[in-house]
Design a protein around this ligand. Structure first.
Ligand code: SAM
Length: 232
């Protein structure tokens, strides 16, 4: 079967059928990375962390650079396989990946220090209420979520990708107003180097309008704003 030009923001199709494209998208370098900025906000060092929505493992392995132990939890088998294949050497004792659902975590009460969700992107947004309740049940210290704040879906191409259902306002409201999480914004630039690379990864995910714009403007960098939310 030939690959379509774009999956037009259907992240469920991306995770199930094109985990290698997600991997190439998430591995495109960020400057500075979220993980370089996060320790200035949350103390991760030596902590035990359940990283929910672990995807192909990038977030769990990055957290493990400082954390004591990380359990990555992921529900999509194709993503989980890629994550498990990445664990090597000394990481084997400190990083494990489990099949599981963010809305019913397969972990005991107060069994880890932190529960993280790094661009977990639950849909529909009301599911965040269950994730937060589950996180608060399992975490001794805090639940930490990193998402995209309102107006930043697709990074600085938000206005180009105009006809997608935008859910970030509701997510933001659930964390800040309903659950009283604290938050702080961080910025990062993602450099794809070539138009071909940005079109086949970012463009493949975010749609034909994005692809047309990237080609027309010869754009190879996306600026992202992320919002770190945490329970106090
Ligand atoms: C955007 S990816 C982020 C992956 C990883 N945290 C990273 O930063 O690269 C979101 C991941 O969350 C997973 N996910 C979505 N809903 C989930 C749920 N209810 N339970 C577990 N995983 C879920 C998806 O399958 C996907 O792999």
């Amino acid at each position: 079967m030939s690959r379509p030009e774009s999956i037009e923001n259907r992240w469920d199709i991306l995770y199930r059928e094109y985990p290698e494209v997600y991997e190439a998208f998430s591995n495109t370098p960020y400057e500075p990375t979220v993980y370089e900025q996060l320790p200035g906000i949350i103390n991760l060092c030596g902590k035990s962390i359940a990283d929910v929505g672990a995807g192909t493992g990038s977030s769990s392995l990055a957290l493990a650079q400082c954390a004591g132990k990380v359990i990555g939890i992921e529900r999509e088998a194709a993503m989980l396989r890629q994550a498990q294949e990445k664990v090597q050497g000394a990481e084997v004792d400190r990083v494990a990946f489990l099949s599981g659902d963010a809305l019913a975590l397969p972990l005991a009460d107060n069994s880890v220090d932190l529960v993280t969700g790094i661009t977990l992107a639950l849909y529909p947004p009301r599911q965040y209420r269950d994730f937060i309740r589950e996180g608060l049940r399992v975490a001794k210290d805090s639940v930490v979520y990193i998402g995209i704040p309102p107006g930043w879906y697709g990074g600085d191409l938000y206005d180009v990708i105009e006809d997608v259902e935008k859910v970030d306002d509701e997510v933001d409201r659930i964390f800040i107003e309903e659950f009283q999480f604290a938050y702080q914004d961080i910025f990062s630039n993602q450099e794809y180097e070539t138009v071909d690379h940005i079109v086949s990864t970012y463009g493949f995910i975010f749609g034909k309008k994005a692809i047309e714009y990237l080609k027309r403007e010869n754009k190879t960098m996306i600026r992202w704003k992320f919002r770190v939310y945490w329970s106090e």
